[in-house]
Design a protein around this ligand. Structure first.
Ligand SMILES: C[S@@+](CC[C@H](N)C(=O)[O-])C[C@H]1O[C@@H](n2cnc3c(N)ncnc32)[C@H](O)[C@@H]1O
Length: 213
């Protein structure tokens, strides 16, 4: 988020629809109890996900990298009545917190959590995904992308988070760490992929919107 000034971030935050109170509680509990609480999306990114979901009205919806489940609440807003939401998270210690707050959502019965490494779970979880939010480890990004793109129907959407990596994607190559290299590799791969059209949204840490053609 460092490429936007604090003043601009505050302005955007103040002029974006707030999260429901129970999600503010989840945010507080995440900050008190969980390591690396900054991984939680926040209400601005949440609203972006919610608007995509409402426009897309997905039947099959996937989140890869769920953390404490904050973004899931926004993603499921547009889910069809007979739709399925699947979320993948490697850290089993987060299951309690994810489910504690998911249970407050009216679509809880449609929300399925898979605990384990994403590459393994995606091998066995085959659905014609309409909307995907990719937000797990950067090292796995290319693998998940290639597991998912072939099974996505035409006009389905994949949103990939942290694609600008606090602006590190334009730093000199010699300074690139492992995660920056992984993100650069993915961005190049997508840019050369004729199966998709894509745009990088400069919201928050950069969100790549990929549409399967
Ligand atoms: C940035 S956080 C996700 C934030 C969440 N989507 C939100 O918006 O609140 C990334 C999550 O991916 C999980 N993760 C990391 N490596 C993973 C893997 N190989 N498979 C599944 N989840 C993974 C981490 O444990 C962490 O909870």
């Amino acid at each position: 988020m460092e490429f936007l000034s604090d003043d601009l971030q505050e302005y955007i935050s103040a002029h974006t629809t707030k999260a429901p109170d129970y999600l503010d509680e989840l945010e507080r509990e995440t900050w008190v109890k969980v390591l690396m609480p900054r991984m939680l999306s926040g209400h601005v990114q949440g609203q972006i996900l919610k608007q995509f979901s409402i426009m897309k009205r997905p039947k099959y919806l996937l989140e890869v990298g769920t953390f404490t489940g904050y973004a899931s609440h926004f993603l499921v807003e547009g889910l069809q009545e007979d739709g399925e939401f699947h979320a993948v998270e490697i850290n089993e210690e987060l299951e309690f917190l994810i489910k504690k707050y998911w249970a407050k959502h009216p679509k809880f019965s449609q929300m399925h959590l898979h605990i384990g490494p994403a590459a393994q779970i995606l091998n066995d979880l085959h659905k014609p995904w309409d909307l995907i939010f990719l937000d797990a480890d950067k090292a796995g990004l290319l693998t998940y992308y290639e597991q998912l793109i072939p099974v996505m129907p035409s006009d389905s959407i994949m949103l990939i988070d942290n694609i600008l990596w606090s602006g590190k994607v334009t730093e000199p190559v010699a300074k690139n760490d492992k995660d920056t290299k992984a993100i650069l590799a993915l961005n190049e791969h997508v840019a050369n992929d004729t199966r998709v059209e894509q745009v990088i949204l400069s919201a928050r840490d950069g969100i790549m919107m990929v549409r399967k053609v």
